[in-house]
Design a protein around this ligand. Structure first.
Ligand code: FAD
Ligand code: NA7
Length: 509
């Protein structure tokens, strides 16, 4: 058992529980569970443990970004990730639909424009309502919330430090690290001084104007997509391949579609310097092999070159927690770190898909294993996700490349189709990138990967992910009657194989 006989040098208690500021003692507060990080995973774990009757503390603290953006409880997803991103994506879709609506008989002016101030204000208000909702929920569940930065003193003592430098000590036999990550900056002059990241863009009050997005992955392509959709001249700089880790045929269709939508793609370039020039930013860039250099001016430069787990300031050595080379907490299948009683979930844990529902589920299951005699582990396989580019790309299971390398080309069958969404037909929208691919094991027919590029891909693919978890085969998939006229029905109608070499373009109804 833990003792309460620590001798903290200076303790000011900061907890807010059930609306009360409750403390002014000199001993550490004892909890059944301490969670460091009040984001997707940490809050889910804390609330589940509280529902199981446990005495839980959550520490959440946001250090401002290099250009000073800060936000409240809820973590990346709520404040600077999924939620504001999806809302801005939705705003861009509204613009597109307004243009289409003329074909549907609506009178719409030719030059419709988006008001960034108004959009960002609405987005920020929604985010603040979620911050408030999280605080209310913690309150209702009697979870003690500390707006304090947590670090370890030893394997069962955490020190919380507030923005005013006040300190508190907390003790528990069980501590969960759920600190997430923050954007990584390239080591070039001007990056931190003049550029912004996804931590800033949603909180920017002035319109971004002509924007360069650096980075060809998930975050970079999504941000570039909504910025262009909102009417800003947008360029994406990609140093090697787009959407590393995703199916590369799908990734190149995503990129082609973005190019068709008017986004400039600078392939094979890296930035070397960002300089301030009156009101604009001059970006010096060169090809990856250094053979060509150029300088271009932008109003905003948005860096999306990856994220680092926030583990370096947790004083993990004092607790015996080991990190991987990439700075993430090494965990086993039970989310246990190398230190007894210390666990890690979400983006800060090694080898976990960096997705909100993954962190949430892992957090809930961990609390159930710790406090409700559950032995259910988190299953990190067959996790669906969607990249919210202008044309959404939903994916679950293996990419074609991964399926080939795992099974061999002769052992898989790829069913595919180019299709035309009905809503595109009347609006005369380009549908040349609307494409579906289902990859099956050739022997059993079991579907091992599904990829959809089209409107509402996230909504469509969720149900198919359920089928995949149940081990659906191609024969079962094709036995289902479609819902007509939808894009989703094209998945159950797939019949052309890549092997056949036939044109997979869907014609007729
Ligand atoms: P976080 O949500 O990052 O929470 C960690 C919290 O801990 C933060 O509040 C942090 O400030 C705090 N903290 C850190 N260190 C300390 C400390 N020492 N003491 C106290 N508090 C600390 N995922 C999806 O599923 N769908 C999407 O559409 C999607 N879009 C995204 C878009 C963007 C732009 C980004 C950046 C991410 C997106 N993600 C998306 C990923 C998703 O946001 C993360 O996977 C998820 O938030 C991870 O949850 P977490 O609990 O591990 O960490
Ligand atoms: P990712 O997925 O790590 O991708 C980073 C991208 O940035 C990728 O295209 C990299 O190219 C590129 N990159 C990395 N360093 C540089 C430099 N120095 N110069 C130019 N380009 C660079 O990060 P994201 O931020 O997109 O997403 C992280 C997670 O957040 C993601 O999993 C989501 O769930 C949310 P490379 O492929 O290495 O050549």
């Amino acid at each position: 058992m833990l003792s309460r006989t620590l001798a903290p040098a200076r303790l000011t208690l900061l907890g807010r529980n059930a609306g009360r500021c409750a403390y002014s003692e000199t001993a550490a507060s004892l909890y059944d569970l301490i969670v460091i990080g009040g984001g997707s995973g940490g809050l889910a774990c804390a609330k589940e443990a509280a529902d199981l009757g446990k005495n839980v503390a959550v520490l959440d603290f946001v250090k401002p970004s290099p250009i000073g953006t800060k936000w409240d409880i809820g973590g990346t997803c709520v404040n600077v990730g999924c939620i504001p991103k999806k809302l801005m994506h939705q705003a861009a879709i509204h613009g597109h639909n307004l243009q289409d609506s003329k074909k549907y008989g609506w009178s719409v002016p030719d030059n419709i424009t988006n008001n960034w101030q108004s959009l960002s204000k609405s987005v920020q208000m929604h985010v603040r309502s979620l911050n408030w909702g999280h605080k209310v929920q913690l309150n209702e569940k009697n979870v003690t919330y500390y707006n304090a930065y947590g670090s370890f003193l030893n394997s069962n003592t955490v020190k919380g430090t507030t923005s005013e430098g006040k300190e508190i000590l907390l003790e528990s036999e069980r501590i969960v690290i759920a600190v997430g990550g923050r954007p990584r900056y390239p080591q070039i002059p001007g990056a931190k001084e003049y550029c912004m990241t996804s931590d800033d863009i949603f909180w920017k009050s002035e319109p971004p104007g002509k924007t360069l997005v650096i980075g060809g992955s998930y975050v970079g392509l999504e941000c570039a997509g909504f910025l262009q959709g909102l009417g800003f001249d947008t360029t994406v700089m990609i140093r090697s391949i787009p959407l590393r880790g995703f199916d590369q045929q799908m990734a190149s269709l995503v990129l082609d579609n973005m190019g068709t939508n008017g986004i400039t793609i600078k392939n094979g370039f890296v930035p070397t310097q960002v300089m301030k020039n009156d009101d604009t930013l001059d970006v010096e860039m060169q090809t990856v092999d250094g053979s060509a250099k150029e300088v271009s001016s932008y109003d905003t430069v948005l860096i999306a070159t990856g994220r680092d787990a926030l583990t370096s300031t947790l004083n993990l050595d004092s607790a015996g927690v080991k990190l991987s080379d990439s700075g993430k907490v090494i965990v086993d299948e039970c989310e246990r770190s190398s230190a007894n009683g210390i666990y890690a979930i979400g983006d800060a844990a090694q080898g976990r898909p960096e997705l909100t529902p993954v962190a949430v589920k892992a957090g809930k299951l961990l609390a159930q294993r710790l406090f409700a005699d559950s032995d259910q582990l988190m299953d990190y396989t067959v996790i669906p996700t969607t990249v919210f580019t202008p044309l959404e790309y939903g994916s679950v299971g293996l990419s074609e490349e991964a399926a080939i390398s795992f099974y061999g080309e002769d052992e898989i069958e790829v069913y595919h189709a180019f299709y035309k969404p009905l809503e595109y037909a009347m609006a005369e929208r380009d549908s040349s990138h609307c494409y579906i691919k289902a990859i099956a094991e050739r022997g059993s027919g079991k579907i091992i990967g599904m990829h959809l590029l089209g409107p509402n891909a996230g909504e469509v693919l969720q149900g198919f992910a359920v089928a995949m978890r149940c081990g659906v085969t191609y024969v079962q998939l094709s036995s289902v009657v479609g819902i007509h006229p939808t894009c989703a029905e094209e998945i159950v109608k797939l019949h052309f194989t890549k092997r056949s070499g036939l044109d997979p373009t869907v014609t007729g109804c």
